[in-house]
Design a protein around this ligand. Structure first.
Ligand code: PLP
Length: 409
């Protein structure tokens, strides 16, 4: 068994772990992903621990959700304090954490109003509905949304329909209609898809699930101009890029654009389920009954999110993301040179390394054996999406284990 240094290994009880093995009953869980034969029982900061007490350096962090790592004290504190006050009065009432969080997000962006939801897909569903509603009110019923090839917007039926992943195309037919796909980073081809029914253009500013493909800044500026020219809404899906992931609080702030609608998820809750749909007051056209959800804006999740966002807004936090992102990119480039791998790309702490001849899923499996958790968004790419409070120590550890992993293959 391999242990990394840095966190004291968990003390296992004297009990026979085979008797207590939680995996014995794993078949009660629907098999929706090829999960490895392990069960995480504890997490602290950059590390996870499995049922046998084995320690893993986690560069996936719940799929880019644990902004501050596993079980940070400030989330524990927010959960304890808020749960003692009020957990959920219901979405038909205001609560203080909901109002405070909406105010914080608006004060730090160019948006005026927030609708809270529970997942990235649900926030994107809201964005799609809002754009369609706006089209009904202001654009003679225009409803079509242009999205991009290879994009990812979620797993509800409408967001799968919006998604440009080729493997989604044949699934769950018939899809929700009204989405036209354009090639990413191709402005002329995007303009060619616009017709009289088009109401919005929706995109990720870095296509995360596609393998960390950043949008060109000219392309994004060009889309903003196209939207003005054709009276379209510019929707940005910042579910993966938002809340500091790319070094700005929101990725659009590094691109000098003013989108009309933005969605957030993942890092917004630092590990707990909360997402958000933000827009300007002139586009905020839902009427009573158009949108809602039982858990939406509950004070428990909003208070956690407030604590996470406050931390990200602290002096120096985003500068660390930028600095550590550069360091990780540099070290990965060195590894790439040493082992003849491919390119390194990304923004902030959303970084990809192309693996050339090596199978990325095999690297992920082997790295896990050696105590390092990585993600492979496709056959030839590794993705790194660590907690944003990463330090040089974890970067060095990650690259050392990755080098060992490559050598062992
Ligand atoms: N949008 C983007 C850009 C994402 O990366 C994801 C998830 O990976 C989603 C939407 C869906 O979010 P969720 O899984 O919380 O529904």
């Amino acid at each position: 068994m391999t242990y990394l240094t840095g966190v004291a290994p968990i003390q296992l009880s004297d009990q026979d772990t085979s008797v207590n093995n939680p995996l014995t009953d794993k078949d009660f869980v629907m098999p929706i992903a090829p999960r490895p034969e392990l069960c995480f029982t504890q997490g602290k900061g950059h590390y996870l621990f499995d049922q046998n007490g084995k320690q893993y350096l986690d560069m996936v962090q719940g799929w880019a959700v644990n902004t501050l790592g596993h079980s940070p004290d400030l989330i524990q504190q927010a959960l304890i304090e808020q749960s003692q006050q009020l957990i959920n009065p219901g979405p038909g009432f205001f609560n203080q954490p909901m109002i405070e969080l909406a105010k914080t997000l608006c004060a730090n962006s160019n948006f005026d109003q927030v609708f809270f939801a529970n997942s990235g897909a649900e926030a994107n569903e809201g964005a799609i509905k809002l754009a369609r509603k706006w089209g009904q009110n202001h654009k003679q019923g225009a409803f079509k949304i242009i999205t991009f090839e290879q994009s990812f917007h979620g797993r509800t039926l409408a967001t799968m329909s919006a998604t440009g992943k080729a493997t989604f195309a044949p699934l769950f037919e018939p899809k929700v209609s009204g989405f036209s796909k354009a090639p990413y980073n191709d402005l002329a081809a995007t303009e060619a898809v616009i017709d009289q029914h088009t109401v919005a253009i929706m995109l990720e500013l870095v296509q995360g699930e596609a393998g960390v493909i950043p949008a060109d800044s000219d392309f994004v500026k060009g889309l903003e101009t196209l939207c003005k020219k054709h009276n379209l809404l510019l929707i940005i899906d910042e579910v993966q890029t938002g809340i500091g992931r790319t070094g700005n609080l929101f990725a659009y702030q590094g691109l000098d654009i003013q989108p009309d609608i933005m969605t957030l998820g993942k890092g917004l809750g630092g590990g707990v389920p909360i997402s958000a749909l933000l827009t300007k007051v002139e586009h905020s056209c839902f009427e009573y009954g158009d949108q809602g959800g039982t858990y939406n804006g509950n004070p428990l999740m909003c208070s956690v999110s407030q604590a996470v966002v406050n931390k990200v807004l602290e002096q120096g936090f985003l500068a660390n993301v930028e600095q550590m992102g550069q360091l990780l990119s540099q070290k990965l480039s060195e590894l790439s040179q040493q082992y003849s791998l491919g390119s390194v790309r990304g923004k902030g702490l959303l970084i990809a390394l192309d693996t050339a001849e090596l199978s990325a899923p095999e690297l992920v499996d082997q790295a896990r054996e050696l105590g390092l958790l990585l993600n492979a968004p496709n056959e030839r790419t590794l993705r790194f999406m660590p907690a944003l409070n990463l330090s040089e120590k974890e970067i060095n550890e990650c690259c050392a284990v990755l080098a060992k992993t490559i050598e062992s293959l």
